[in-house]
Design a protein around this ligand. Structure first.
Ligand SMILES: Cc1ncc(COP(=O)(O)O)c(C=O)c1O
Length: 384
């Protein structure tokens, strides 16, 4: 079976360093808020080109803590996308605020700036860089600045991505990252990060991650137990210097998929972008055939995932809001994420694409044309 993601090649390649780091941390007897975490915060801040980085327990906590640090709470509204992982909206509700869902753009699956309607209850805008591609930050920042509303970037799926040369996460008021193991920079358990250029917000995030205290036993507010632990920080420090190469390899794989699939009848492809870090490679299967294609691929030994089968506003927890976001609803019926990981070979990709062509009954003459064209245009994968 071709998996959706294979973490083993990276773990094997890095094992000598990983085993030493694990031993170093365990033998130090220091597991929470030590040197590894502090160094990771410095290194990741440098990588992301931001002055402040605060290591946390998860991406969900990063969003909750960013919202709390900005003073968002009961009675407030936060505008976000309905086409994301539930955790984005959940964080808004967890701080007592109300998520206001603005529909998405059909081509890129991101929040549509034209649907962002600011009211006097709007306390933040929370765009998501979905699947590894930047949301339309130029427009979103313009809207935020005009209304004096902060922007919280959900960068859980786009570590290392850029927009106009600048790192995602450094564009808005706060950037929130997840290091869930499957992410482009993944820990060996749950981990997250908040970044900002505002020293006051960074201080608040530090306070909130340790039960509302900076000074031990002097709790100033209700906070959380949400620290990045030393073992995860040590793993992330090993992977961080490699993430650029890994993202480049994902981009090469994505280009080949795009070449092979963009003219396949019944398939919809987002145009290739060099700044996209392809956490997911997601296509559309049109004409109501998506679920049948999933079944056919499974029989052919190809794993796929539907991100996301239900848009957030239609999940049971938010059904009472009774709103409609037709573009997100249609996307949920059509999207399909294909296997992708940095060390994936072109041969595996050809198997995946052939299985899709079989599932859709694409004629062999059309198929030969698509494959012939892609073999001229695609580069070889860099050896990793
Ligand atoms: C877009 C998005 N936001 C938030 C999260 C939450 O991150 P975590 O699982 O680390 O809590 C995730 C990932 O799982 C995500 O994909």
């Amino acid at each position: 079976m071709i998996p959706i993601l294979d973490l083993k090649p990276e773990i094997e390649a890095l094992w000598p360093e990983i085993s030493l780091a694990l031993e170093r941390v365990v033998r130090s007897g220091h597991f929470i808020l030590g040197e590894e975490g502090a160094r990771f915060e410095q290194e990741v801040a440098h990588f992301l080109e931001v002055p402040y980085a605060v290591g946390l327990n998860s991406g969900t906590d990063a969003l909750v803590i960013a919202l709390r640090a900005l003073g968002v709470g009961p009675g407030d509204e936060v505008i976000t996308t309905p086409f994301t992982f539930f955790g984005t909206a959940e964080a808004i509700s967890l701080v007592g605020a109300r998520p206001v869902f603005a529909d998405i753009r059909p081509k890129f699956f991101d929040i549509d700036p034209d649907k962002i309607l600011i009211t006097n209850r709007t306390k933040a805008i929370l765009p998501v860089h979905l699947f590894g591609q930047s949301a339309d930050m130029d427009r979103i920042i313009e809207i935020g600045q005009k209304a004096n509303v902060p922007i919280i970037e959900d960068v859980a799926q786009a570590f290392g991505g850029r927009r106009h040369g600048r790192r995602l996460g450094s564009l808005g008021t706060v950037g929130c990252f997840s290091f869930f193991p499957t992410k482009n920079l993944g820990a060996f358990g749950d981990a997250g990060l908040v970044v900002t250029s505002d020293p006051e917000l960074a201080l608040q995030a530090r306070k909130l991650r340790t039960h509302g205290s900076i000074e031990r036993y002097r709790n100033e507010t209700l906070g959380y137990n949400s620290r990045l632990d030393e073992l995860q920080a040590a793993i992330l420090r090993i992977k961080l210097p490699r993430v650029e190469a890994m993202n480049a390899a994902r981009n090469v794989a994505a280009r080949l998929y795009t070449d092979l699939l963009s003219d396949m009848p019944g398939v919809g492809c987002t145009p290739h972008s060099e700044s996209h870090v392809y956490h997911q490679f997601t296509i559309r299967i049109r004409d109501g055939r998506r679920n049948a294609v999933v079944e056919s691929l499974k029989k052919a030994g190809v794993s796929t995932i539907v991100y996301y089968p239900t848009p957030v506003h239609q999940l049971p927890v938010y059904q009472h809001l009774a709103i409609s976001c037709p573009i997100a609803e249609q996307a949920a019926q059509e999207v399909l994420s294909l296997p992708i990981w940095p060390q994936m070979t072109p041969a595996i990709q050809h198997t995946v694409v052939n299985a899709i062509a079989n599932a859709l009954g694409v004629k062999s003459s059309t198929r030969a044309q698509l494959f012939g064209r892609a073999s001229h245009g695609s580069e070889a994968h860099p050896g990793l």
